[in-house]
Ligand binder design. Sequence first.
Ligand SMILES: NC(=O)c1ccc[n+]([C@@H]2O[C@H](COP(=O)([O-])OP(=O)(O)OC[C@H]3O[C@@H](n4cnc5c(N)ncnc54)[C@H](O)[C@@H]3O)[C@@H](O)[C@H]2O)c1
Length: 339
Amino acid sequence: MPRAVKPFAKPRALVTGGAGFIGSHLCERLISEGYRVVCMDNLRTGSLENITHLQEDPDFEYVHHDVTTYIDCPGELDGIYHFASPASPADFERIPIPILKVGALGTYNALGLAKAKGARFMLASTSEVYGDPLVHPQPEGYWGNVNPIGIRGVYDEAKRYAESITMAYHRHHRVDTRIVRIFNTYGSRMRPDDGRMIPNFIQQALSGEPLTVYGDGSQTRSVQYVDDLVEGVLRLMNSREISPVNIGNPVEYTVNDVAALILELSNSTSKMIHELLPQDDPKQRCPDITRAREALGWEPEVPAREGLSRTIRWFAERFEGAEEVPETEIRPEIGRTTG
Ligand SMILES: NC(=O)c1ccc[n+]([C@@H]2O[C@H](COP(=O)([O-])OP(=O)(O)OC[C@H]3O[C@@H](n4cnc5c(N)ncnc54)[C@H](O)[C@@H]3O)[C@@H](O)[C@H]2O)c1
């Protein structure tokens, strides 16, 4: 009798926060790489609209669940991408306790699942672990300058705790872990009312409202397009790098530069207005990506001009009354590279 041959099984990954902005792009990419994907979300800041196009795919499964409670995921799992967490500064005052809970209890539950399944685990951490940095650009070895009791502390400290418990599970329980420190990322599927700089500016530019710039706009940010981030995330997950890795675009812009570029690319006649800088707002933010370059061979590839044009077009298609946004010719970056 011929032996029964076990059919070739596709690897299976769990993405917590999979119905969010980044999570939905990650689910899509994992499926295209041949994974079966379980997307787990409680839709606190995500939306089913972000994953509608995946729902018919036999390799995609959506599970509605709050990861701050025990996570059950029947069947084998090869990887867990723990991306569940609100991420917009506008949410830090609106839902501070759920943010702390998902960083602490959610990460604890997701790590417990990784241990039980023998799955590789990735934590979506953030450049916010560096707080308002005193070192510039920020290498992974920098321990940061965070105000634990400030308004932003709920997010920054939750992510710092999440990194600590991830390393504890690695050292104590030998869970195979990865930590990605994500810098400002933008792209399609961000909520227009999400409160973050780029969707704010785009939504204001498209509706002809003034662009709200906090402070004098000379503070800097580095902005990366979501496709570059997802590429870095996959490379890190498939590497042997246990230490945290910065994934961000080291081209640095002032907030005024970003606003001006969005006005230009969206053909908008909106003006800029300046409002008071929020508490503990970082004055500079720029990744040192030496580790990502050396360990992963990763570099961001999409210039801001191109990524922002794509994002503006995506918003414009959904925004009634917006002027048609022209295809933009790709010109060299403005901004400075410090990484
Ligand atoms: N976008 C960025 O620039 C950025 C920068 C640094 C880090 N990150 C991290 O990347 C991850 C994704 O961020 P995003 O920008 O896509 O935000 P997002 O708000 O679009 O996505 C987060 C997702 O997590 C879900 N979620 C929140 N609490 C949950 C819970 N208790 N149980 C289950 N699901 C829950 C939300 O509903 C949402 O779908 C977050 O962990 C965030 O901290 C993002």
